[in-house]
Design a protein around this ligand. Structure first.
Ligand code: PLP
Length: 398
C-alpha cells in the first residue's frame, strides 16, 4: 500500500492514564522506582514503559515523538524545545572537529548563522552551494564531508531539493543527508526518499497555532538513541527538553495537520496565481512555471498541495514596507515572522529571517530587498482576501 502520512497520524492512538482519548500530561521531572535493582536496570538500558528523568524521556514527549516518527515514516523520533535545538543536536551528533558539512546556501538565517559562525568554533566547516546544482554539490563533497544539509523547500525562495539525487551523492561519499522538512510536512517524506535524518521546527505548520517554539528529529532508532545517550548524546547533554504540557498540545494540533496543510496549500497557490497574473515576480512551487514544480510533483505525497508559502517581489524595500503595513491595516494578516499560523503572516526575509545571510550571498540567491514572504492562512474565502490585497497593490503602485 502507498505510504499515506495522514493515515499514519490518524492511526496513531495514544491512551492516557485513565483511557483518556488524549495523551496524559506527565507533569514530573523525575520518576519513582519500587526497588533499587529496578532503578539500576533502567539507568543502564531503556526499558519500555519505564522512565527515569524527564531530560531523558517523558511519557507525553514520547507520545508526540511516536506520532511524528510515524508521520515521517521513520523508526524513531526525539522532540526538542526548538527547531534550532533539533538542527544543532543533529549536527553535533554527526560531526566532530575536522569534519565538513556541504549545505544549501538558501536556508533559514539561524541555520546559516550556526553553520557559518558558530560551528567553525568547534572545528566544523561548511561549504555553501546551490543545492540544485548537483555538479557543484558533488564537487564540494570531500573526504571529510559528514553531512549534506538542505531544506526540502528552501526558505524563503522555495527551491525544492532533489532528495533522491542528494541522498545518492551523500551516500556515495559515506556522508548523511539531513533534510529540514519544516516547509513541507506531509507533502514530502524525505526519509522515504533516501534522507537519513529529518528535522522540523514544530513551531510552524505542525503546531499551527503560533503559541510555542518546538522541534523534532526523526531518524533510525540507533540515531535517536545516540542523541539521547547518557554519556555522550547531545540531546541528553545539551538538554533542550520540550515541556510536556507543550508536547500534549502539539500532539492534539498534529491531528488537524492534514486538513490544514491542504487548505494552506490551496490558498497559497491561489494567491501566487493572482500575483503572477498581475505580472509580479512570484515563487510558489504549485505554479507550473516554478522551475521545480515537476520535481516536487515527482516526489510528493498526494492530497496536501504544494505548500503554504508564497514569496513575492515587491521591487524595493520601501514599497514592500508600505504594502505590508497596509495589508495589516486592512486585516489581510499580521506583519510577523514565522509560518503555519491560521492567519496569514508576512515579512521581508532580507530584513528579518534571512538577515544573517551576507548581502552578496543574498544577491546570488536572488533574494532582493523588496521580497515579501507570505505564510498563507486558512482563509475560507481567498477570493475575498485577494480583492483586498489587489486594492492595496493598486495603492502602492504594484
Ligand atoms: N528551520 C526552518 C526552515 C525555519 O524556518 C526555522 C525558523 O524560522 C527553523 C528551522 C528554526 O526553528 P525554531 O524557531 O523552532 O527554532
Amino acid at each position: 500500500m502507498k505510504f499515506d502520512p495522514a493515515r499514519e497520524i490518524q492511526e496513531f492512538l495514544t491512551f492516557g492514564e485513565f483511557g483518556d482519548v488524549n495523551a496524559s500530561i506527565c507533569d514530573s521531572s523525575t520518576y519513582t522506582f519500587l526497588s533499587v535493582a529496578r532503578m539500576e536496570e533502567v539507568f543502564e538500558h531503556e526499558i519500555e514503559g519505564c522512565f527515569l528523568y524527564s531530560r531523558h524521556w517523558n511519557p507525553t514527549n514520547k507520545a508526540l515523538a511516536g506520532a511524528l516518527a510515524r508521520m515521517e515514516g521513520g523508526e524513531s523520533a526525539q522532540v526538542m524545545a526548538s527547531g534550532m535545538a533539533a538542527i544543532t543536536t543533529t549536527l553535533m551528533q554527526l560531526c566532530s572537529a575536522g569534519d565538513e558539512i556541504v549545505s544549501s546556501r538558501t536556508i533559514y538565517g539561524g541555520t546559516y548563522a550556526l553553520l557559518a559562525n558558530l560551528l567553525p568554533r568547534f572545528g566544523i566547516r561548511t561549504r555553501f552551494v546551490d543545492i540544485s546544482d548537483h555538479a557543484a554539490v558533488a564537487a564540494a563533497i570531500g573526504p571529510n564531508t559528514k553531512v549534506v544539509y538542505c531544506e526540502s523547500m528552501s526558505n524563503p525562495l522555495l527551491e525544492v531539493a532533489d532528495i533522491p539525487k542528494l541522498a545518492a551523492l551523500a551516500h556515495a561519499a559515506g556522508a548523511k543527508l539531513v533534510v529540514d522538512n519544516t516547509f513541507s510536512p506531509l507533502i514530502l517524506s524525505p526519509l522515504r526518499l533516501g534522507a537519513d535524518v529529518v528535522v522540523h521546527s514544530l513551531t510552524k505548520f505542525i503546531n499551527g497555532t503560533s503559541d510555542c517554539v518546538a522541534g523534532c528529529v526523526v531518524s533510525s532508532a540507533a540515531f535517536i538513541n545516540a542523541l539521547g545517550d547518557i554519556n555522550a548524546g547531545p540531546s541528553m547533554l545539551f538538554g533542550p527538553v520540550l515541556d510536556s504540557i507543550r508536547a500534549a498540545s502539539i500532539l492534539k494540533n498534529l491531528h488537524s495537520l492534514p486538513v490544514r496543510m491542504s487548505k494552506h496549500s490551496a490558498n497559497a497557490t491561489y494567491l501566487a496565481s493572482r500575483f503572477a497574473e498581475r505580472g509580479l515576480r512570484v515563487h510558489n512551487p504549485g505554479l507550473p512555471a516554478h522551475p521545480h514544480h515537476a520535481l516536487l510533483e515527482s516526489m510528493m505525497n498526494p492530497g496536501f498541495g504544494h505548500g503554504g508559502v508564497v514569496t513575492m517581489d515587491a521591487r524595493d524595500k520601501k514599497t514592500a514596507g508600505r504594502l505590508m503595513q497596509r495589508m495589516q491595516e486592512e486585516k489581510v494578516g499580521y506583519l510577523a515572522v514565522s509560518l503555519g499560523y491560521f492567519k496569514t503572516l508576512f515579512s521581508a526575509p532580507s530584513h528579518s529571517t534571512s538577515s544573517e545571510i551576507p548581502v552578496e550571498d543574498r544577491e546570488k540567491m536572488g533574494m532582493g530587498d523588496g521580497l515579501i514572504r507570505f505564510s498563507v492562512g486558512l482563509d475560507s474565502d481567498m477570493a475575498q482576501t485577494w480583492a483586498t490585497i489587489a486594492r492595496v497593490l493598486d495603492e502602492v503602485g504594484l
